[in-house]
Write a protein that binds this ligand. Sequence first.
Ligand SMILES: [Zn+2]
Length: 101
Amino acid sequence: MTGPRAKTCATCGRVIAAHAVYYRFSLVLEGEQDLLDPSDDLEGNPAEALEALIRRLDEGSADPGEMEAQVHWERSGVICSECRAVAMRMLNTATADSEPH
Ligand SMILES: [Zn+2]
């Protein structure tokens, strides 16, 4: 390594200046379902259970990459301070009206 490489914001694509503050993130979205259909004949086969889950999550999309992404989607990188504010607003809408003290 010869030095810090230029970072780009994963959300807006802006180049983050070497002296600027940036925020590292990692986000994992996993498809889950609390109630499984008891009529499914899974025979203790996890691969079949996963396939059934994918089929249920899919509902119309024929893209295998998208089907996989609905079960497990993972992304990590860095974002700029402006996108951090946007991301926090998006993820905090439920508690947006409770003021910090
Ligand atoms: Zn950004």
